[in-house]
Design a protein around this ligand. Structure first.
Ligand code: NAD
Ligand code: MG
Length: 387
């Protein structure tokens, strides 16, 4: 039996992970689960999977959660310390699926405690990739990609020599507004941005998919996971969301990964350590699909993508600042205080400001990451009023 924990168990990735576990209960022991506001689901999952410990990020919900679990042998904690407590419990495999930079410290704690970390939380790799990689090396544990594109990359380069790889293509669906022009994006609302044509995901990543901020994060994530330079990464719009990544080799050969638009495919590949498991997923019917389309993204319409590539060129703390500024801009868009295209304006202005003051060129150490995260949020907040 494998001991596992899920950080962010009540979200889209967390629920999909529990779904897989519920189909193979003899193989897994659930140690810890965390959530935030949805304590009802957290409590139900703790009972169903017989977890040892649960934590809600929201301290004010501690007593309610405790009451829901009274009579059960489940330890209850809350707040950041609660999340860290769950992450520090002995587990062989931990799913990092909290959304946003809030996933960084719990993910690091799980690595410190000696767990292999399945990383859905791309933000921690974007903000602190070098720290995550150093720690996993020191601890002798694995950092496993869960993002569908990065899982796909790991599948297509498996068995290949690094020197033979010329380029990686990752795909983007184009999100909710794929068929709109740049000028039609001026008045779009958070509700409109929160529907995804091909994937079913949490609200924040769904909006990031419409702006391609998600793809910008994934470009940085690809660099960190696979040691790629910006010239070795290309993004193509692929509306069918069936080809997730393509490896291009110097001999002209290309290997594409085709899989269903269902995160359980990538989660299972991480959960079963690269073994193929018989999943309840419908096989892609290529004849029914008929055509696979690819096109270059229009950078006027998707300015966020260019900003992601700029981060690769900059290095240092640029990833941490970019992610924090993006989170601040996204909060303001969701609160109707910033327009859809204004998000990229705010992030660009924030990056320019920090870079002009030479604040991004430091080593990626945890204190520096936390500091630039706060600083980028406050600079971005200031620019929100201007755009
Ligand atoms: P979600 O919003 O559905 O779930 C987020 C989880 O994080 C929930 O359990 C929530 O309770 C918890 N959470 C929220 N705020 C928190 C905080 N401040 N502190 C602690 N916990 C908090 O998000 P999701 O779609 O499952 O995405 C999770 C992560 O996985 C993100 O980093 C996302 O980019 C990545 N990801 C998601 C998908 C997908 O299909 N949903 C695909 C690839 C990558
Ligand atoms: Mg992805």
């Amino acid at each position: 039996m494998k001991n596992i924990s899920i950080l962010g168990a009540t979200g889209s990735i967390g629920r999909n992970t529990l779904d897989l576990i519920s189909r193979d209960v003899d193989q897994f022991k659930v140690v810890g689960l965390t959530g935030a506001n949805n304590i009802q689901l957290l409590a139900e999952s703790a009972i169903k999977f017989n977890a040892d410990v649960v934590a809600t990020a929201d301290e004010s919900r501690f007593h309610d959660l405790k009451e829901m679990l009274s009579g059960y042998r489940v330890e209850v904690c809350a707040g950041l310390n609660g999340l860290l407590e769950v992450a520090s419990r002995q587990a062989e495999w931990v799913m990092s699926s909290i959304v946003g930079s809030a996933g960084l410290l719990p993910g690091l704690k799980a690595l410190e405690a000696g767990a292999n970390l399945a990383l859905a939380n791309k933000e921690s790799m974007v903000a602190a990739g070098p720290i995550m990689k150093r720690l996993s090396e020191v601890q002798g544990v694995k950092l496993i990609p869960v993002d569908s594109e990065h899982s796909a990359i790991s599948q297509v380069i498996r068995g290949e020599e690094r020197e033979s790889l010329s380029k990686i293509i990752i795909t983007a669906s184009g999100g909710a507004f794929r068929n709109l022009t740049a000028s039609e994006l001026i008045d779009v609302t958070p509700d409109q941005a929160s529907t995804h044509p091909t994937w079913n995901m949490g609200q924040r990543i769904t909006i990031d998919s419409a702006s391609l901020f998600n793809k910008a994060l994934e470009v940085i994530e690809a660099k960190e996971f696979f040691g790629l330079k910006s010239s070795e990464i290309e993004v193509l719009i692929h509306p069918q969301s069936l080809v997730h990544a393509i490896a291009c080799f110097y001999d002209g050969g290309m290997k594409a990964h085709i899989g269903p638009s269902d995160m359980r495919h990538a989660i299972a590949y991480a959960l079963y350590e690269e073994k193929r498991y018989n999943l309840p997923l419908q096989e892609v019917d290529l004849c029914k699909v008929g055509t696979l389309d690819f096109e270059k993204p229009d950078l006027l319409k998707y300015p966020a993508l260019k900003l992601g590539f700029d981060v690769l060129e900059h290095g240092g703390l640029a990833g941490a600042a970019f992610n924090a500024a993006k989170e601040e801009a996204l909060d303001n868009f969701i609160d109707h205080k910033l327009s859809f295209l204004g998000m990229a304006d705010v992030v660009r202005a924030t990056m320019d400001e920090l870079s002009s003051k030479n604040e991004l060129s430091y080593e990626v150490e945890l204190d520096a990451v936390m500091e630039i995260d706060m600083r980028a949020r406050s600079v971005a907040k200031m620019f929100v009023d201007k755009f």
